[in-house]
Every structure is written in structure tokens, then in C-alpha cells.
Design a protein around this ligand. Structure first.
Ligand SMILES: [Zn+2]
Length: 434
């Protein structure tokens, strides 16, 4: 109302009162005419008895000659930050992530919802399943090069915690693997338990070996091979770990913009890390991760992407005590460039490998700027693997090398400082101040 009266006021200023009145009358006439039209239209509809009533409806009716296409859902790519975050674990499965889609395809919709319900296991012995899995180059990527890699998968049925280790040869003669399997079971916290395998002779021998090594009671169980249901959980674990290993390898190759051969050292770390990520980040139908089921706590340790260049903070050996200790501590506070290869489930420490050097654990890593983060050459220089964390030249020589380099850097720094001080002294002596 205010605006219309203002308009009229303005119109009076421009045209004078008579002209405005005439225009207003014209408007009224128009209004009458429109009203008339509507009324007559309504009357017409009434007369027709409603049969052709839809003629008056001016909104667009659905066409009868065309068909609306039913298109597939288009994935929406989220913010760059969310993409970065997803790439660290590739959990949960995301349809906008090319790596997830390539590695896993469509998520399996038919699943037993109550698999992990705690009451199923109450009063019964905990079941741990073990099985061999072979991952070939075809399964890991699209390349033709076939180079088979055997792994052992261990799964705790009650919680869904999985482990995966490289197994170059089958059977109980692999001392490192036997120790690892026993340690994994120890980490699960079971005392008396059932160790389940299929009937393959090599894995049955491993079962017997683990049984003899454990102090607590280990009940062997070997369900018949023809019953697909009985060995389901471990078979699913084998599938899941293979899929996620593939996802991590594809993800790394995308980051590095190059091919990572299956024989590369980093692949062994990928296999271990895939199982770690499943245990810590895959959410089941009960809304919990295997880690949460096992411990009742959420996993909070920060992580980065496998294969990226990081600055790892070294913890030097404390050989010197007393007065020299202070100086040595200063040297120990040294970061070194390394490739991030995973995380220790027990301590939450980071596992890093110095390109061409050893693997070690450290509490603190720092990320480098994204432009320097991905380096194919350095990743392929990873020779230390979980089984052999120190390369041939030995750990002691490596630490000597690290200390030597640190000493060199310190001396160079002191020299530069001294040179700078001398230069300022020289200028203050000969400069314009005097
Ligand atoms: Zn993904």
C-alpha cells in the first residue's frame, strides 16, 4: 500500500491530478473486464458439466507421447577436504571414489545382519579362523604381469578383527609367520579358543603348530569343505582383505601417477595395512568397527596415506649419560624423510621406511606439502618389509650413518653461524659507523 500511494504521488507530480485519475479509472475498467472474463469462464465450465473442465487448467500436463528417462544416480563429488580424508582409508565405500569402485564394485547388499551380535558367542569359546589367500597382479590391478603373492589371513569371528601377512611359502616352517600368528592371537586377548581352518594339509599343519606354541587351550576345528556356510567368516575376510589391498594399491598408483609392481616392498606393507584399516575403520551393521567391538573404544590415532613422504621424528639411542646427555638429546630431535607404511595396532606408532633404508616405528610424523608428498622413485626404493625391517647393511651401521649426517648438519650450521658473526663483526669494524 505504501509503495502504491508513493507511486501515485510521484505520478501526480509528473502528470498532474486529472491525468492520474483518468488512468486510475482505466485500471478499474480493466479490473472489471478481467473479473467478467473469469466469471464467464466459470459459467462456461458449469454449463459444460465438467466434461471438458481440464481445458481451463493451464498448468503443463504430463505428455502422453514421451517417456521420462529413469537415469542412474550420478555420484556427487564432495569437497576436496572430504576426498583427502577418504583417501586415507577408503572407508566407507563411496561411489564417487574411482578407486573404491574399481577395487570393490558394488557393495554386497545381502549380508547377515546379526553376525557380530555378542550373545551368539557368550559362553562359547572364541573362534579364530585362518586361511591362505593368493593375490596375483590381475587381482591387484589391471596389468597382465602375473606374479603370485601368497598371504595368510587371520580373522577373529566374534569381533571381525583381521590380520594379513605375506606368506612366501605354505606350511609351519615359516618361523616369522608362525610368531606373527601367535602374536596376533595374543593381541586379540583370547585365552582358550577354537582355531578354525579348512582341510588343506598346509594350513592344518599351521593349525597344529600354533596349537603347540600356545599356552592356553587351542581347540582345532576343520569344517567339511563342502559346507560353504561353516567357513564363511574367514572366506569373507579373505575377500575383504584382497579387495581392500587392491583399493590401497590402486589409490597409491593414482597418487603416484605410475605403476607399482607387485614385487615392490611397499606392496607387502599395503597387504598388512589393508587388514589394519578393515579392523579400525570398517563399520558393520551394528554401527561398530571391529576395533570397537574388541576394545569398547574408538580408534583415535591420526594417520596419513600409505606410501606418502613424511618427516619422521627419530628417537635416537641414548648411549651417553650425564653431562653429554643434553647434547645427544638435541641431536636426537631430528626428523628424517621417510615413506609412511602403516601403523602399529598395539601402540598406535607410525611405521615408516627410509627409501633404500630401514623400517622403524616412531611416535610423531609430520606431513610435507602436497606437492612433495608423492614420489614414485622413493616409494619403489622401499626395500625393508615387515618380515625384514632392516636392510642388509644392518641396523647399527644405519644409526651410525644417521648420527654422522646429523653431526655434519650441526657442524655446517655452527660454521655458518660463525661465518655470519665474523662477517657482522668485520662490517661493524670497517663500516660507516666508525
Ligand atoms: Zn575410495
Amino acid at each position: 500500500m505504501v509503495s502504491s500511494s508513493e507511486d501515485e504521488g510521484m505520478a501526480e507530480d509528473l502528470f498532474g491530478p486529472e491525468e492520474v485519475e483518468a488512468a486510475a479509472e482505466k485500471d478499474d475498467e480493466c479490473a472489471d473486464w478481467t473479473d467478467d472474463f473469469i466469471v464467464s469462464d466459470e459459467k462456461k465450465v458449469d454449463k459444460d458439466g465438467g466434461d471438458d473442465g481440464d481445458e481451463a487448467d493451464l498448468t503443463c500436463a504430463p505428455c502422453t507421447t514421451g517417456r521420462r528417462p529413469k537415469t542412474l544416480k550420478s555420484p556427487v563429488r564432495p569437497s576436496a577436504e572430504a576426498v583427502e580424508e577418504h583417501y586415507a582409508t577408503h572407508f566407507p565405500y563411496r561411489n564417487w571414489c574411482a578407486v573404491c569402485v574399481k577395487a570393490k564394485g558394488v557393495e554386497d547388499a545381502h549380508r547377515r545382519a546379526k553376525r557380530y551380535e555378542q550373545k551368539e558367542f557368550d559362553g562359547e569359546l572364541k573362534i579364530v579362523g585362518i586361511d591362505y589367500n593368493s593375490i596375483d597382479e590381475k587381482a591387484m590391478s589391471t596389468s597382465e604381469e602375473l606374479c603370485k603373492l601368497k598371504t595368510m589371513v587371520i580373522k577373529d569371528e566374534a569381533t571381525g578383527v583381521v590380520f594379513q601377512h605375506v606368506a612366501p611359502k605354505k606350511g609351519p616352517s615359516d618361523e616369522w609367520l608362525m610368531k606373527r600368528v601367535c602374536r596376533d592371537i595374543e593381541e586379540l586377548g583370547h585365552s582358550d579358543m577354537i582355531l578354525k581352518t579348512d582341510g588343506e594339509p598346509a594350513i592344518v599343519a599351521v593349525q597344529a603348530e600354533v596349537q603347540s606354541r600356545r599356552k592356553a587351550r587351542t581347540v582345532p576345528r576343520n569344517p567339511p569343505a563342502y559346507d560353504p556356510k561353516s567357513n564363511g567368516p574367514i572366506e569373507k575376510a579373505v575377500r575383504d582383505t584382497a579387495e581392500h589391498s587392491r583399493a590401497l594399491k590402486l589409490g597409491l598408483e593414482e597418487r603416484l601417477k605410475g605403476h607399482v609392481p607387485i614385487g615392490a616392498g611397499i606392496v607387502e606393507w599395503i597387504l598388512e595395512h589393508a587388514a589394519f584399516l578393515i579392523s579400525k575403520y570398517s563399520v558393520g551393521h551394528d554401527g561398530m568397527t571391529p576395533h570397537e567391538r574388541a576394545t569398547g573404544h574408538k580408534w583415535h590415532r591420526p594417520l596419513v596415506e600409505i606410501g606418502e613422504v613424511v618427516l619422521a621424528k627419530l628417537i635416537g639411542k641414548r648411549k651417553y649419560k650425564g653431562k653429554k646427555d643434553k647434547r645427544k638429546k638435541k641431536l636426537a630431535a631430528l626428523s628424517i624423510e621417510a615413506i609412511w607404511t602403516g601403523q602399529c595396532a598395539r601402540t598406535g606408532e607410525h611405521l615408516v621406511v627410509i627409501p633404500g633404508g630401514d623400517a622403524f616405528r616412531c611416535r610423531t610424523v609430520r606431513r610435507v606439502p602436497v606437492e612433495e608428498r608423492w614420489n614414485l622413485e622413493k616409494v619403489l626404493q622401499v626395500k625393508a618389509v615387515p618380515r625384514r625391517p632392516t636392510v642388509a647393511r644392518g641396523r647399527e651401521r644405519h644409526w651410525t650413518e644417521v648420527r654422522r649426517r646429523a653431526g655434519q648438519a650441526l657442524r655446517a650450521g655452527r660454521q655458518a653461524l660463525r661465518a655470519g658473526r665474523e662477517a657482522t663483526e668485520a662490517t661493524s669494524r670497517t663500516g660507516p659507523a666508525r
